[in-house]
Design a protein. Structure first.
Length: 100
């Protein structure tokens, strides 16, 4: 089992563009037997302490194996809409780990 944690930082004012990408990309996770475990948008009231920028969203996703994760990233439908992600995401940080 592969677990992904992704912190997503947006370009200010590009929230709607990012949402368009998410509406198209997130449903594809299930196509590769993945599960979106949690998608959250931290607000100022939820931060106890921080020494960095607050991400726009945090995603926790699970895939049965590295193979399905790679297939998701290579999905042709997803690739058609990557321009929306590129136009809206300033940067992202992804952590990948195996679940035992």
């Amino acid at each position: 089992m592969i677990l992904i944690t992704q912190f997503i930082y947006l370009i200010p004012g590009k929230e709607a563009t990012f949402e368009q990408f998410e509406e198209l990309a997130l449903p594809l996770i299930a196509k590769y037997q993945g599960k979106l475990l949690l998608r959250l948008r931290p607000g100022p009231d939820s931060i106890i302490e921080s020494n960095t920028d607050t991400p726009y969203e945090i995603h926790f996703v699970e895939f049965p194996s590295e193979n399905e994760l790679n297939l998701f990233f290579k999905d042709e439908t997803r690739k058609k809409f990557l321009h929306l992600k590129d136009a809206s995401v300033r940067h992202s940080t992804m952590f990948k780990q195996e679940k035992f």
